[in-house]
Structure formats: C-alpha cells, structure tokens
Design a protein around this ligand. Structure first.
Ligand code: ASP
Length: 333
C-alpha cells in the first residue's frame, strides 16, 4: 500500500459553519481526521498539521515550511506521494511556489473545499479522497504540483480560482485540466512539456501587484518607488498596454532598476508587444518592461519573488521570464 504524506494547513476544508449565524470559522480539531477510516483501503496516510490557517493568512514563510517538510520527508522516509489541504483563496500561489521550488520525484497534490465540513454538499472529504487517489497514481509523477478539486486535475501553473463560491471554481483558462477523476480511474490526458525549478533560500523581497484601469496614472508607481519595493507586476490592459499617464512613473521605476513585469488583466490570452502607440506594448517593451506570458498576476508575483533571490539585474530577470529555467523530461536544462 502506498504511503502518502498528508499536510493539513487550514482553509474551509478544515472549518465548520455555525448553524445559527451561518459564519464559517476554523474548527478546533481538523474534521478530516475523523474520516481516516474511509481512506484506509486507499493508502497509508502519514498526517501532519504544520499550521492551521485560513489561506489569506498564508505567507511565503509558510510556503517554505511546506517545501522543507516535503523535501525532508522525501529524503528521510519512504513516502510515495504528498497531499496538501489548503484554503482555496491563495491555494494557487502556494501550489505555484511549490511547483517552482520542490525537487522530489513523487506526486505532490493540493486540494481544498468550497463548503466547510458540516455544510450541505460539503466537498472537502470528496476532494481529499480524490487528491489521495491522484497522489497514489504513478502517472501523476513528473507533472509538477497538481491541484485536484471537483473531479479535475489541474497544473499549478495554469490553475486559478475563478468563482467566489461555486465548487467548480478551479479552472485552467485557455488550457483546461490535464486529467479527470472518475469513480474507477484517474485519467490523465495531457502532460506538461517542461518543469521549471529554482532553489531560493528565502523570499525576502517586496513585490507589488497592480491591476491597470482606464485613466490610471503614475501615482501608484511613484508610491511603489518611494516605499522601496523591489519589483512590481502589472496586470495590463488587453494584449499588454497601459494608459499613457503611467509612462512617467514606469520610466522612473526602471531607471531605479526596479523590475516591472507585465501580464494581461484578461482572463485568457497573452501579453505581447503588439501595439505601437503611447503606452502601447511596443513602447513598454522598448522601455525595458518585461512581458510574461502564461501566468496570471498573482503567479507572476510569486515567480518574481523567487527570481529576485537569484538576480536583481533587469536583463537577467527578463531572461528568466522570457526563456525560463526549464528542465525537459530528460532532465536537461
Ligand atoms: N477563505 C478560505 C480560505 O482560503 C476559503 C477556502 O478555504 O476555500 O482559507
């Protein structure tokens, strides 16, 4: 029987609803612990609770803690897979951090719930069982960190929380899931071509995330510089454009060697240097703004936090975003 390391970290999956007020809050004992018997035929679970936090409380230090527990257990005990339960609000950020940094040759699967443990239609136990089943699957190895909820298997890189309350909230816009969970089988139908890895020691830089809007000016960029941020990610308009009044503040950031990473605020598609007008993508790229494709704003921010531990040189950062540190399936960089 496979040995699966389970790390419970908090989130709705560990909470319950108060019948009177309807308020959802952390329960004293993790509700999933009561159901160990329902999993005893699936796997041998080694359960740890490194912390018990709603996911808006998760910080990079917590992400590092998970990384070191996983790598430590991988080195010192014979685990076959890892399942992490986590609040859904920031699940994609922790998943992508672990995807970029954890180096183990076993499946790492994250899951959560949209309805707490005592609510009608609670999805926690079901998602947890699905995640354990995926973690026990040979094919799940080498796929990067996976996110399993609502019968779908997503990559950490592409998945995002798309709905505030619906149980089908986790989607991979543009790409879709890479597999599905059925009653009898775990069926993968796609495989990521590359794995990207970094080995940061800690995330000690400050990176802001801004969303562009009609009429945006330079004020927030000026504030970012005055507050001595180390970098900024902008969810730009459309294919990667910004209002012209942003340019002055942006130029000053770049002159101060503060990296500016651009993604699109659109739900699908890529930011590119297509438009040639004041504030258009072409001008932004020529100024030194770094275009990052395939990541949403919150994940580009995680990547910039990691990249800044390697280099603060703008050209080298551009290289990491445009030609990432990919490892192919054959292990070559
Ligand atoms: N606010 C909760 C959290 O992220 C939501 C959830 O777990 O789904 O911890």
């Amino acid at each position: 029987m496979k040995q699966i390391l389970v790390l419970h970290t908090g989130g709705t999956i560990s909470m319950e609803e108060d019948a009177q007020s309807g308020a959802v809050s952390p329960s004293s004992a993790h509700p999933l612990l009561d159901f160990s018997h329902q999993l005893k035929n699936l796997a041998h679970l080694i359960t740890k609770q490194p912390f018990h936090l709603p996911s808006p409380h998760i910080e990079p230090t917590d992400m590092f803690k998970l990384k070191s527990i996983i790598e430590g257990e991988y080195r010192n005990s014979s685990i076959d897979g890892v399942v992490i339960t986590h609040g859904t609000d920031t699940l994609e950020e922790t998943a992508y951090f672990l995807d970029l940094t954890v180096e183990v040759k076993i499946p790492v699967v994250m899951t959560g719930a949209m309805r707490s443990s005592n609510e009608i239609g609670s999805d926690g136990l079901y998602n947890f069982i699905s995640a354990v089943r995926v973690a026990c699957t040979e094919e799940a190895n080498g796929m990067g960190v996976l996110v399993v909820l609502n019968d779908e298997i997503h990559t950490a890189k592409n998945v995002t929380k798309t709905h505030a309350s619906n149980v089908s909230t986790f989607q991979s816009p543009q790409y879709g899931p890479i597999g599905i969970v059925t009653k009898r089988e775990i069926l993968f139908h796609h495989k990521p071509l590359y794995v990207e890895k970094y080995q940061p020691n800690r995330l000690n830089k400050r990176v802001a995330l801004l969303k562009a809007y009609a009429g945006m000016d330079s004020d927030l960029f000026t504030a970012i510089q005055q507050l001595k941020y180390d970098g900024v990610v902008i969810e730009a308009l459309g294919q990667g454009n910004l209002p012209p009044h942003c340019l002055d503040g942006l130029k000053k950031l770049l002159q101060a060697n503060i990296p500016v990473i651009l993604v699109s605020r659109c739900y699908k598609g890529s930011a590119q240097d297509v438009y040639d007008y004041e504030g258009g993508g072409k001008q932004l790229k020529e100024m030194g703004v770094i275009f990052c494709n395939g990541l949403n704003g919150q994940k580009a921010r995680i990547k910039l936090l990691i990249a800044l531990t390697k280099t603060t040189h703008l050209a080298q950062l551009a290289q990491l975003f445009q030609h990432p540190n990919y490892i192919t399936k054959s292990g070559e960089r």
